[in-house]
Design a protein around this ligand. Sequence first.
Ligand code: ZN
Length: 70
Amino acid sequence: MRILRGLSSRLLPCGCLAGIYETYDGNVVTILDERDETCRDRRHVNGNVLPDLCPARASLSRADSTRADR
Ligand SMILES: [Zn+2]
């Protein structure tokens, strides 16, 4: 998997920071960027892909409109 570009990042409820990246395949993946020291999830390791958090493109734009909502 090769990363094309970073799209955004999000703070997870556990305190970890995850980055959302687009790959050269056109997929969008969520990769853990910075593990919070209080996080107890063993899958949350820096650089790990988090499959259950993978947003589809549609949900990405939905998140954008939610953020713009006043
Ligand atoms: Zn975590």
